[in-house]
Ligand binder design. Structure first.
Ligand code: SF4
Length: 385
């Protein structure tokens, strides 16, 4: 049977696999991760049982279009471990021939040979947590790599056969000048990189960095400075062959991250591993954020679901609009066919005002933020929703 018919009979799904291991904890990070690798084998067997469980209960049958190994630091696991997980997925699900498989990696955890082995095991997209090309920033963030290692890792990835390479960068770091940020953008553009995720530094509750800021030990730039750096990002990357396709994401033509697009287009995704979130058939659920609890729950009941919610149609609509506007834009025909026309009719005058103020592009059946609109995204979404 050709793939075309398989897609017709089965529903697409994206898989996210959370690998909870890191070699240390960075001061700004609130992702669930641990530095003790002793339960690595139990984690793999639990993951296997979790995948079989969802294969049994997911209706209709699923066709996997993207797989994303996030964390934590998935590249710490080694190619053999990731290969085993891919085998388990292939044994349980129909996987598209064109599946996008992303591995998050940190400079300093891989060399060229290891990257080539990841490529051979089926990984076809690499996401590299560079964050900055300035050593003082990397030291501040307690990253294990240097600027030189970061550049080397990107080059190694290309030499190992990766064509689709993302680099994560963070702006508005303490003491970061506009010129230093611009140098980061210049460096990334000079490398064989096809995708850039650029986020402003976020102070997450419970992190060491947040405490440092609350105690007055560290100062970060205010909102105006943050907006200035963000606008610099858009200007620089879009004038260097990158397309902005989401508020914080830029890519060369044809290199959008399919996995992220699935989230933003409100498609179904299944999260596996501790702390992973899922969204399937309008229902959302999330796993326990503890490896030990994850393993024991899987032993007891084959899943590690900690909580779940069924979204109301109003919540679904608002989430659909928000995700679409933050990314490629709102397809009004799709909106009306999914949720009816009344919400859109009630918001037309707001859209008109935003368009008059240069914040939106509104063409026939499509609404999209302008670059100025993207920079005021949260404020505008509050008004609309
Ligand atoms: S390497 Fe990434 S996931 Fe691990 S602690 Fe640092 S920021 Fe968090």
């Amino acid at each position: 049977m050709s793939n075309y018919y398989k897609v017709q009979l089965k529903k697409d799904i994206s898989l996210y696999v959370h690998i909870p291991f890191c070699d240390h904890k960075c001061i700004y990070c609130d992702f669930y991760s641990i530095i003790n690798l002793e339960n690595k084998r139990y984690f793999l067997s639990s993951l296997k049982r979790e995948i079989s469980y969802f294969k049994k209960i997911l209706e209709p049958e699923r066709y996997v279009t993207t797989i994303f190994f996030g964390g934590g630091t998935p590249s710490l696991m080694g190619p053999g471990f990731i290969h085993d997980i891919l085998n388990i997925i292939h044994r349980n699900f129909e996987v598209s021939d064109k599946v996008e498989i992303t591995l998050e990696t940190n400079p300093g955890t891989v060399n060229k040979e290891v990257l080539a082995q990841y490529r051979e095991s089926g990984i076809n997209r690499l996401s590299i947590g560079v964050q900055s090309f300035h050593d003082k920033d990397l030291e501040f963030l307690t990253r294990i790599h240097t600027s030189t290692t970061a550049t080397q890792t990107v080059n190694y990835a290309a030499e190992a056969g990766f064509e689709n390479i993302n680099v994560d960068l963070i702006f508005n770091l303490p003491g970061q000048t506009k010129n230093e940020w611009l140098e980061n953008l210049q460096r990334v553009v000079s490398l064989p990189v096809t995708h850039v995720s650029a986020y402003s530094l976020i102070l997450e509750r419970g992190t060491i960095l947040n405490k440092m800021v609350l105690d007055g030990k560290v100062k970060i730039g205010d909102e105006d400075y943050d907006a200035e750096l963000y606008e610099t990002t858009i200007d620089y990357l879009t004038s260097n062959n990158f397309i902005q396709y989401e508020i914080s994401n830029f890519c060369k033509s044809g290199y959008e991250c399919e996995h992220n697009l699935a989230y933003w287009n409100h498609k179904d995704y299944l999260g596996l591993g501790p702390s992973a979130h899922s969204f399937v058939n309008g229902k959302r659920w999330w796993n326990f954020s503890s490896l030990k609890r994850y393993i024991s729950e899987i032993e007891k009941k084959e899943n590690a679901i900690r909580g779940e919610e069924k979204l109301t149609s109003k919540e679904l609509l608002e989430e659909f609009v928000m995700l679409a506007l933050r990314s490629k834009g709102l397809d009004l025909t799709k909106l009306k066919s999914k949720f009816g026309a009344s919400w859109y009719e009630s918001k037309k005058s707001i859209f008109q005002k935003l368009k008059n103020n240069g914040l939106l592009i509104w063409n026939n059946d499509f609404i999209k933020f302008t670059p100025k609109g993207y920079s005021l995204c949260d404020e505008i979404l509050l008004k609309i929703l």
